[in-house]
Write a protein that binds this ligand. Structure first.
Ligand code: ADP
Ligand code: ZN
Length: 434
């Protein structure tokens, strides 16, 4: 088994990483120009030739690629190699709009697995761990990605997939799972079930690797407490490979982007201008080693910022701050920008768990927003605070966070549907009238 903490790569001095990126980028641009008509046409339209790209300083010259481009080119338009050299497809979960399909050669899968292996090692994983993967398997990249990484590290891998909570808990106890991999909302759901059944002492989990959806620091604390673990964030998207594009180290202060494979930029989403380190904007990735689906300057629509401040873990790869959500997760309600993650942090700060739903509607010309928040069983048993008092307190917390008045409805325990994969937090009924 390899040691997937790779100091020669992960702690390489920044100038060397950038030199490596420049070499790989130059080669990759030639490769896509020669092999993908889509890129050739786009670059020709912009008057950019492969010879104009001699390093990362020239990256800005290349055209962007958007999700709409992927949809238009569906299914084979962006293939960089003959279909017969591809061994796998995966597909986005379709959170927003039509699915897109990504292709992989065996080498692409190896790189993806390696990125996930690095994430598992950064979370303290070794070959002695039992890695319980309950991200969905199948077209969704969560299960296959962490599964591959776990194999590379040499963990005993439990390919549980999502759902069937009883079976998850049984295996977790019987086989002594030590690392849990799933969406944060499913981790919260499992934590709740463990608490209800009084199983915390029978569970050996020490770490969790959670991603595929936005989650707040408050949610991290909740999960860490209920499961008695350290919870690590992991980020990725199908188009770029899957989970493991970036991941947290023990510092839990942003996710290191795997810079030997991906170049990250932050741009102003309106103008496309590249923003300096530290400024919030849209995250853009260029794949410099992938061959089957080699995306250049792909606009993720995820909003965050980057930092190169030294990290005490020793890794030198640039870190991205946890995305607060995708630009299309942001709701404009009563003219104000509202992020589900802002609502989550207010609710969790008041002692509720992450069982909530946001319903946005329009009556006449006026937007309405209702946040349904579930009582915990302890709150339901506590008669010293009334429901109207609880609602008032949440309304006031949300008003200071968002600047608008939100209707709040506190509901009985277990009345909000639990998530087994990516949680659906927002029901926007206004879309029905478009
Ligand atoms: P879909 O676009 O259908 O959701 P994916 O399953 O590939 O397809 O999801 C990738 C998206 O999930 C990312 O672009 C990002 O918005 C979100 N995501 C993944 N990991 C995280 C994370 N750790 N924190 C916040 N958002 C994340
Ligand atoms: Zn670090």
């Amino acid at each position: 088994m390899g040691n997937y903490y790779q100091p020669e790569i992960e702690t390489m001095p920044v100038e060397q990483i950038q030199k490596l990126q420049s070499e790989r980028l130059t080669e990759q641009v030639k490769f896509v120009y020669d092999n993908v008509k889509f890129y050739r046409d786009r670059m020709d339209e912009k008057g950019v030739k492969p010879d104009d790209i001699n390093g990362i300083e020239d990256l800005y010259k290349l055209p962007f690629v958007t999700k709409d481009d992927l949809r238009n080119e569906y299914p084979y338009g962006l293939l960089g190699v003959p279909l017969s050299d591809c061994v796998r497809i995966q597909s986005t979960s379709g959170t927003t709009g039509r699915r897109v399909v990504a292709f992989y050669t065996q080498e692409d899968i190896d790189v993806w697995d390696e990125c996930c292996a690095r994430a598992i090692v950064a979370a303290g994983g070794t070959k002695d761990d039992v890695c319980h993967v309950c991200y969905g398997y199948g077209l969704f990249t969560g299960g296959p990605g962490l599964n591959g990484g776990s194999h590379k590290v040499g963990c005993l891998t439990l390919p549980m997939s999502s759902g069937n909570t009883e079976r998850q808990l049984q295996f977790m106890q019987d086989l002594g799972s030590t690392i849990l991999c799933c969406t944060p909302s499913y981790a919260a759901n499992l934590g709740e079930s463990i608490k209800e059944r009084g199983l915390k002492d029978k569970i050996k989990l020490k770490a969790g690797i959670f991603g595929a959806e936005p989650w707040t620091e408050e949610m991290r604390h909740n999960i860490e407490e209920t499961l008695g673990i350290k919870a690590y964030d992991i980020y990725g998207l199908t188009e770029i490979s899957g989970p493991g594009v970036s991941f947290e180290c023990s510092e839990q202060a942003g996710m290191h982007i795997q810079e030997d494979h991906f170049i990250a930029e932050i741009i102003n989403p309106d103008t496309g201008e590249v923003l300096p380190e530290g400024e919030v904007g849209e995250l853009v990735f260029t794949c410099i080693t992938k061959k089957a689906f080699p995306l250049l300057r792909y606009r993720t629509r995820d909003l965050c910022y980057l930092t190169r401040k030294p990290c005490s873990c020793g890794r030198t790869h640039i870190r991205m701050h946890k995305p607060m959500g995708r630009s299309d997760d942001m709701m404009i309600v009563k003219g104000v920008n509202v992020w589900p993650s802002q609502i989550e942090s207010v609710i969790l700060n008041q002692g509720y768990e992450a069982n909530y739903q946001i319903v946005v509607d329009r009556i006449g010309n006026t937007d309405t927003i209702e946040v349904q928040v579930e009582l915990t069983p302890q709150m339901a048993a506590d008669s010293s605070v009334t429901i109207p008092e609880r609602e008032k307190k949440i309304v006031s917390g949300l008003k200071s966070m968002l600047g608008i008045t939100v209707d709040v409805k506190v509901v009985e325990p277990k009345s909000i549907v639990r998530s087994e994969g990516k949680a659906v937090r927002v029901v926007d009924r206004r879309n029905l009238y478009c």
